[in-house]
Design a protein around this ligand. Structure first.
Ligand SMILES: C[S@@+](CC[C@H](N)C(=O)[O-])C[C@H]1O[C@@H](n2cnc3c(N)ncnc32)[C@H](O)[C@@H]1O
Length: 627
């Protein structure tokens, strides 16, 4: 079969004329440029790791003026300069000196920034991956800090240096879900220490008018005491109402410039055409190979690669279950990622037998038709796939608007503080063995860990472990006391395992027993030893949802539920106390029978928090979120 190949045609590189660019700023004239805009009442923002400017566009549509953006990729910088005023700097934000220089640019010009935004490209380690990396670091085969994964530090350092009123950081969901929110919780904690209220969000782009399944992790922070309120969710769009007014290519590959052939019919199409002056740019795609064309013709939405006739398959069925994907004309697109720059097979047009054009991909990301992308066709696809959809950026930024009302219910930052105080109070009472603290020796933590799977109340578990508090060595008498205090046979059996430790200093045996703990038991041991463990279990997730007044534990426990948990747990040495407190409350909720019935501990926490908030002299009156 020699006729199938289509010669890959590299598209030309699109450059824009830089001369006379309207509203451009230069490094030397930056102060004057900012003053002119501030004098007009505009709030200034910066966009770090700005790429083509999907987020910048969202910020501008939400009312900010992007004074400066930074990236390190030539085509994206050209795109940004063409579509926005201000300063687009080709600087390496991984370099600490560059971060300082950027902050200095504002200091020496005496410019106040209202919003620092950006999406540092982080590939957080998956939990399995992290263990591997740790062993490589231990073996001296890898540097402790991998600079590619640490670009968030650059973002944080600039945000701290500029100290704006509000901060917005966008990232892939895996930034949180993949690593127990370790990095994002650390960033939030640092910002809270600097006086910000923070909120970690998992946003579904389609809820804000973006016609695709795309989830993003968005950290918001503000220090003006106002609420962080997202716009109301919209109904999902259908691709027929998004792409319907763009000309069919009827087997061709399209062009850089052409005319629209129909009038826009839907609100989305009208929105996309605003400012386009009747000219349609970049409606161009790749040529289709003959064999692919045969596949595309047979491909219906939802069809698997294995359903394609055997003689037309070029790839192994096992490795490529969804090599080709026909987009659903009556639904949302799959997430447009930078992968689209490769071959486009994941994005086969809903009704034509070809992959998407640059303009169609841009529309699905909600870039209006007037927005142009510098570089080759592949550069354009890459910038589009990497971007924050402008309408998602706009929704996130509007949650930080100055026009929102003062906060009257407490957000997660104050709820966290209350949880810590409440937890510390429990740690001085009957629940002491459930909290890290001065008397939590390895022996106590091990006894608690061994008992975790015993079906009895937390009070009973604590009661049995209490004789060990503050002890490092175990005597037969002490063990007997614990076993005697245990209420169930299972509990007595678990505690009996400690017999191996009886006798003088038995450190090696204790370490061995800790090593032998199962995953769930080990998690309890680590938590009680004060380590930063998120504990992704139903009980803490349930408690976090109740305290924040959401139903994430019932609907999306593995995603939004974990976000609620991360928002309440925070980071650093206090995190383990909060997790222990949430676990206690959560277990008490399930113990009280139906999932909806409230628990004594939850009630106790709520009245404690209400009382604390009332006692705060001189502070605005705040109520706890849920009650
Ligand atoms: C996910 S994209 C950001 C997309 C952008 N927020 C948007 O909405 O269009 C990440 C960007 O970070 C840029 N980048 C990566 N490393 C960088 C560095 N060390 N300094 C500056 N920019 C960098 C990349 O070139 C890329 O454009």
């Amino acid at each position: 079969m020699s006729t199938i190949g289509v010669k890959t045609v590299r598209s030309s590189y699109l450059s824009f004329d830089e001369d006379g660019r309207p509203d451009a700023a230069s490094v030397t004239g930056f102060g004057r440029w900012c003053r002119e805009h501030a004098d007009r009442g505009e709030d200034l923002a910066v966009d770090l790791f700005a790429g083509a400017g999907g987020l910048s566009l969202g910020l501008e549509e939400a009312g900010w003026t992007v004074a400066a953006s930074v990236d390190h990729y030539q085509a994206a910088l050209e795109t940004h300069r063409h579509n926005f005023g201000g300063l687009a700097l080709d600087w390496d934000l991984g370099d600490e000196d560059v971060q300082k220089e950027f902050v200095d640019l504002f200091r020496k010009n005496d410019v106040t920034v209202d919003l620092v935004a950006g999406g540092p490209p982080c590939q957080p380690f998956s939990r399995a991956g992290r263990a591997k990396i740790r062993s490589l670091v231990d073996a001296g085969e890898r540097a402790q800090i991998d600079p590619r994964k640490e670009l968030w530090r650059g973002f944080l350092s600039v945000a701290q240096g500029l100290r704006p009123r509000a901060i917005l950081m966008e990232n892939v969901p895996d930034m949180g879900l993949g690593d127990d929110f370790e990095v994002i919780r650390r960033i939030a904690e640092t910002l809270e220490e600097d006086g910000y209220e923070t909120s970690i969000n998992l946003a579904n782009a389609w809820q804000f008018g973006v016609p695709q399944h795309r989830q993003r992790m968005i950290l918001l922070a503000r220090r003006d005491g106002k609420v962080m309120r997202w716009p109301d969710a919209q109904k999902p769009l259908k691709l027929r109402d998004v792409l319907g007014d763009l000309p069919n290519l009827n087997g061709g590959v399209g062009r850089r410039k052409m005319s629209y052939t129909t009038t826009p019919k839907t609100p989305f199409e009208n929105l996309m055409r605003e400012g386009s002056d009747g000219v349609l740019y970049d409606h161009m795609t790749r040529a289709v190979r003959n064999d692919d064309l045969e596949v595309f013709k047979r491909l219906k939405k939802g069809m698997l690669y294995s359903e394609i006739p055997r003689e037309l398959r070029r790839y192994k069925v096992n490795s490529f279950t969804d090599k080709y994907h026909r987009l659903d004309v009556d639904g949302l697109s799959r997430s447009i990622t930078a992968h689209i720059a490769k071959d486009g097979y994941w994005y086969i047009h809903p009704w034509e037998d070809r992959t998407l054009t640059v303009r169609e991909a841009a529309r699905i990301q909600t870039f209006p038709d007037r927005f142009r992308f510098a570089g080759t066709r592949s550069d354009a696809f890459k910038q589009i796939g990497n971007a924050v959809p402008p309408l998602l950026g706009k929704a996130a930024a509007s949650a930080l608007s100055k026009c929102l009302p003062e906060r009257t219910t407490c957000g997660s930052t104050i709820a966290k503080e209350m949880l810590l105080k409440w937890g510390m109070r429990q740690a001085q009472g009957i629940f002491e063995p459930w909290f890290p603290g001065p008397r939590m020796t390895d022996l106590v933590a091990l006894a608690m860990a061994l008992q975790t799977r015993c079906y009895t109340s937390d009070e009973n578990l604590c009661h049995a472990a209490r004789p060990l508090l503050g002890r490092k060595t175990l005597t037969p008498e002490l063990l007997q006391e614990c076993v005697y205090a245990a209420t169930t046979v299972g509990q007595k059996r678990q505690l009996g395992k400690l017999l191996r430790l009886c006798g003088p200093e038995n450190r090696d045996q204790l370490d061995k027993m800790v090593d032998e703990l199962g995953d769930a038991e080990r998690e309890v041991f680590d938590l009680l030893k004060g380590k930063d463990v998120l504990m992704r279990r139903p009980a803490p997730v349930r408690a976090a949802a109740r305290i924040l007044g959401t139903d994430s534990d019932k609907r999306n426990r593995g995603t939004n539920g974990l976000v609620d948990l991360a928002n309440l747990v925070g980071s650093g040495s206090a995190a383990s106390i909060r997790v222990a407190a949430l676990r206690l409350i959560g277990k008490d909720i399930s113990r009280s029978g139906s999932q909806d019935s409230e628990s004594c501990l939850l009630d106790d926490f709520r009245s404690f928090a209400e009382q604390e908030l009332q006692n705060r002299a001189g502070e605005r009156q705040l109520r706890l979120v849920a009650g």
